[in-house]
Design a protein around this ligand. Structure first.
Ligand code: ADP
Length: 151
């Protein structure tokens, strides 16, 4: 059976940390669906459509990776795509505590779904979408932290 993983996140924006998790995820999974979550009541900084179209370009040479957007429960999106794994990244104990709670709720909603966590690489440890947004807002160059173009 094909191992299909959903990699869900806000990806506002998608950073080199996320990029590395997806690429290393390919060592484990046959197919990875990057799912950009958005909530119409919550304001984003980077448009979902822009992130999605840039990611499609970045991963165009890797047919095992696809990109989708969603506005529903992550577990429902996983079911819809026949994904039985969630892929998530961990940087520190704050991430761990947060991920632990989400995993417990997800287990209630979809018991067959297993979450696989990959530790970030040291060089990506300090990269967060929040910091990248701040840098961009104040006109700093973010190209070093993201795999996609924002021009
Ligand atoms: P969410 O809004 O669901 O927290 P994010 O877009 O912030 O989504 O992150 C998606 C996933 O990527 C989460 O599992 C998060 O812990 C992980 N992540 C974020 N930044 C990094 C990084 N620099 N290295 C590895 N994983 C990361």
């Amino acid at each position: 059976m094909k191992k299909i993983a959903l990699f869900p996140g806000s990806f506002d924006p998608f950073t080199n940390g996320h990029y590395d998790i997806v690429n290393r995820g390919l060592l484990i999974f046959d197919q990875i669906i990057i799912a950009i979550g958005h909530n119409t009541t919550k304001k984003r900084y980077f448009e979902v459509a822009k992130i999605a179209s840039e990611l499609k370009k970045v991963f165009a040479h890797k047919p095992q990776i696809s990109v989708t957007t969603y506005e529903e429960l992550t577990t429902d999106v996983a079911k819809k795509h026949n994904a039985t794994f969630l892929l998530r990244g961990l940087r520190n104990s704050t991430d761990f505590e947060y991920e632990k709670s989400i995993d417990q709720i997800n287990k209630d909603l979809y018991p067959e779904l297993e979450t696989v966590f990959l530790m970030t690489k040291p060089e990506n440890m300090a990269i967060s979408s929040t910091i990248v947004r701040e840098l961009h807002k104040f006109g700093a160059d973010i190209t070093k932290y993201v795999p996609i173009s924002f021009t």
